[in-house]
Design a binder for this molecule. Sequence first.
Ligand SMILES: [Zn+2]
Length: 170
Amino acid sequence: MRRITAAVGAAVAVMATVAVITAPESSAAPASAAPPAVSATAVASETDGLYPWLALAYDLALTEAQGQGVPLWIVSGYRTRAEQEALWEDGIRTYGSADAARRWVLPPDESTHVTGQAIDVGPQQGAAWLEAEGNRWGLCRMYDNEWWHFELATLPGFACPARRPDASSR
Ligand SMILES: [Zn+2]
């Protein structure tokens, strides 16, 4: 986590520069930039509670995806501890043990969703696009078994770290 935090810190300067450069374009028409089915309110609330640089990276990626006609949205971003605890307990019931559940869901103390440092995206087409293009904004798919889970894990424009098999090997 410390290594990632350091990378994020270094990414701040780069991303801030990117934001300044792209600000006139992205702030000119926030509502019309979204596809008709998605309201500006829904787009804004998707990133609520996220670590600011993750929210910024995602917003920049989303603008690019929309420009290319690629569907992309956040299925689950920031979660409260209570929400994560409920998911964790569900996971233990579903998979039969804490060890088995950890491959798919982590307890509140360990989940990067609770710290606002992770997003689960959809649909699969958008996730595949983000897997291929996301490193332009520092966004990386983290696990072999979760095509939907992304974090800010590299500097913009640099390669993503090797994926882990699943969340239990974090
Ligand atoms: Zn996730």
